[in-house]
Design a protein around this ligand. Sequence first.
Ligand SMILES: [Zn+2]
Length: 440
Amino acid sequence: MANSEAHKRTLRSNKLGLVCLCGTLALTAAVQRADPMSKIAREYVRLVLAMGQHDKDYVDAYYGPDDIKREAESAKLALDAIGAGVKSLRAQVAAVPPAADELGRLRHQYLEKQLAAMSARVRMLGGERLTFDQESRALYDAVAPAYPDSHFQAVLDRLDKRFPGGGSLVERYDAWRRAFLIPREKLDTVFTAAVGACRERTGRHVKLPAGEHFTVEYVTNKSWSGYNWYQGNFRSLIQVNTDLPIYIDRAIDLACHEGYPGHHVYNALLEQHLVKDRGWLEFTVYPLFSPQSLIAEGTANFGIEVAFPGAERIAYERDTLFPLAGLDASRAAEYYEVMAMVDQLSYAGNEAARRYLNGQIDAAAATAWLERYALMPRDRAAQRVRFFDQYRSYVINYNYGKDLVRTFIESRGGTPDRPDRRWQEFETLLSSPRLPSGLR
Ligand SMILES: [Zn+2]
């Protein structure tokens, strides 16, 4: 994700974003002086930025004051010094009495968990080895359920009946799926339409900050399929990776996940409610290997279902996206019927990552496992193993994160039969510093 082009853009835009932010922070300076948490927040930001000097993927976004960034860059703190700083900051957070209001308590818990994760990441960069589950608990405040091979085999058996014939199942599935490819020359038209539909649906339920906006770029040679680089001042750069064929379902998936109501909206609402309204500086930085990522990925994936519940999605795609992509619209329902079956293999990716990162299998075996159990064609499986190398147990944030978010929203009354309540609870979650253990 840390391609230099993207970083240059992010930094340039951060400077633009600052002009507005500094004014906001100056206005809230008096409030901050009376709050011991503001000193802690500033030091937290400085330490996260210091980590970025050792780990190019660590700082996913920063749009806070430029002087903290300059300070972190010139200090060039060694890992040990960062570790000591985190330890001291954790003691300071523990000494602050709990806030009277819920949001204040969430803020306190958020800093505790984010700092605990930073401490683990410092130890990992220093050479400490954790198992997959130990790592995900330490970094993301969650351990994903494990499934035996038989769980996936039962799904594969059903798919085998759906796609009878010779050759491997992944080959038969891949051959069928080719009819649903978005031609490269139509990608931007289809994706732009999907973004518009996601924004319109989100805007009906969520008050989006004035002036929010993102730009889209098509890139290659990445281990991920899409990325949102949040730049502050309600702006994002969204990159779509075109290394591999893009099927029709990815248009809505990516538009919702990266844009509306996913990452772009999550970051913009945090900026609006926590940074601009309250002056909580710690939210101007987003450390990637931290519990915040489970909330970010979980809400981005669950948001697809919130914006486009099953039948509505099929109808929209049949009437709009399939024709724009030049695909046979009469097959939209068939496509999503199969996609729902394949989605039941989602946790197979976690199993491959768990075994691979625990050293039980090598990269070739992990690729073969993904082909067989996650039904990924070879090139996609190989791309996924590169993702494991770069982001490790981060993989659980997508599927387990989505499941935790769904359980949380539905436990608060946001069930599919109550769409308004579903959106309301979803927006509340996107606007607050809630963390994975707080979803259970
Ligand atoms: Zn994401």
